[in-house]
Design a protein around this ligand. Structure first.
Ligand code: ADP
Ligand code: ASP
Ligand code: MG
Length: 409
């Protein structure tokens, strides 16, 4: 039996009208004689009644009376509702279908509630259902522990559900359907001239996704890469093929071997920069600050250490907690809230001189102040004030001429 896994995000399943587009793609795959496993996200976005953030607003989240275990019970309902609604509509159109929760679909996770890790996927139940149904609709973003507690696997996790099912079922391909025409050179909500990419490597999109391009979850890409299953990211609302994610961009595209310098520009907003300076005892400062952040579960980024102090960033939601910890340790942090991290990502920049200088020059010309910067062989990051985010992303998109070609590949 040849299986294709299709995943439809929240906006794709939001309304009956949108779900007709979903069903069109399902029918297309069935016409090609595939059996289909369809993963769905919760219906719509807040304030839609069953969207993930709407469910969270029913409780005093994040203030904290509900336990992480209870929050997962609540959150899992969004995807469960969605799976039954879509399955119902498929049946109305005479497609044999059944809906399963993540647990029923065989997802076993650890008990790290709200961000559980998938430990195993037992696909037997799905395979059995596919003997009598053309489509199995699986509730994304969830599983259960070995002791039967319901878990969720982190925001954006339905992509990961789809990738893990693709691997467990040795699917022909994994198709991630969303509200844009594939993976683009930047978030089209920020850069109007952003272009869809025909082909990207697993590594390129992983880097972009980790730097904030939320079009596909990086964990999903890692799973597809490990299991060598081709993944496509494409629009629910069009017949365009979107972006193929594969191990070798050049081979797949049958193209020449010119590496592109920069694949895309990604961004993460709502970041706080923390600067702790000291004249003496710099070693105490370094070890104590980072140990205390780690012990409080605060993820730190953009770390610069110098003999006179440390500078780093935390998500805005952790600022108060971080400042409190630092003051308790006797330090006096300087805080810059509302920053954004902008990243130029591209394997082709390795060893190419002048990339950093192009970035600095273009940001300066656009009147954007760089608060901090760092680089690796595939990414250059800058920290800017959030009010400069749009100008910064557009300036970098322009300087690397990412919208210049008819279609980037
Ligand atoms: P879904 O609900 O389908 O999972 P998401 O909202 O999680 O959809 O992801 C799709 C969104 O990702 C797009 O609407 C777009 O604004 C955003 N996005 C950010 N960076 C990119 C990028 N490089 N390419 C395409 N979309 C991007
Ligand atoms: N509904 C979940 C979220 O909003 C999971 C997903 O959409 O992938 O994060
Ligand atoms: Mg998503």
């Amino acid at each position: 039996m040849q299986i294709v896994v299709q995943k439809f995000g929240g906006t794709s399943v939001q309304s009956e009208e949108n779900r007709q587009h979903v069903i069109k793609h399902i029918k297309d795959a069935l016409m090609q004689e595939y059996k289909l496993v369809v993963v769905v996200s919760a219906l719509g976005r807040k304030p839609d009644p069953y969207a993930t953030d709407t469910l969270l607003s029913l409780i005093d989240y994040p203030a904290g009376q509900s336990s992480a275990r209870e929050i997962d019970m609540l959150l899992s309902c969004g995807e469960v509702i969605s799976s039954v609604v879509l399955s119902n509509e498929l049946k109305k159109q005479h497609i044999t279908s059944t809906a399963l929760t993540g647990a029923q679909a065989g997802f076993i996770t650890n008990d790290d509630f709200n961000q559980a890790k998938i430990k195993a996927v037992h696909p037997e139940r799905i395979l059995k259902e596919l003997e009598t149904h053309d489509v199995v609709v699986v509730a994304g973003f969830q599983g259960q522990t070995e002791t039967g507690e319901i878990t969720t696997i982190g925001r954006g996790g339905s992509d990961t559900t789809a990738a893990a099912l693709g691997a467990a079922l040795a699917a022909e391909r994994i198709e991630i359907f969303t509200d844009v025409n594939g993976i683009m050179t930047a978030d089209p909500r920020v850069v109007e001239s952003a272009r869809p990419l025909d082909v990207v490597t697993y590594t390129e999109i992983c880097n972009l996704a980790y730097q904030g391009a939320k079009v596909v979850h990086p964990r999903a890409v890692e799973i597809a890469m490990q299991s060598k299953i081709p993944m496509r990211v494409r629009s629910t609302y069009s017949e365009e093929e979107g972006t193929l994610v594969t191990s070798s961009r050049l081979q797949e595209a049958g193209m020449d071997v010119t590496e592109r310098l920069i694949t895309g520009i990604a961004h993460i907003s709502s970041i706080t920069q923390i600067r702790v300076q000291t004249k003496e005892e710099a070693y105490r400062l370094q070890s104590e600050v980072f140990k205390a952040m780690a012990e409080s579960g605060i993820s730190v980024d953009f770390i610069n250490i110098s003999p006179t102090g440390v500078v780093y960033t935390v998500p805005d939601r952790h600022t108060e907690k971080a400042v409190h910890i630092l003051k308790t340790l006797g330090f006096y942090p300087e805080i810059t809230k509302n920053c954004a991290k902008v990243s130029a990502v591209g394997a082709g920049m390795t060893g190419v001189p002048g990339v950093a200088s192009m970035i600095v020059q273009s940001l300066t010309d656009a009147g954007v102040q760089i608060l901090q910067s760092a680089d690796s062989h595939t990414t250059i990051w800058v920290l800017v004030h959030e009010e400069d985010l749009k100008a910064a992303v557009n300036a970098l998109h322009d300087v690397f001429e990412l919208s210049g070609l008819e279609k980037q590949s």
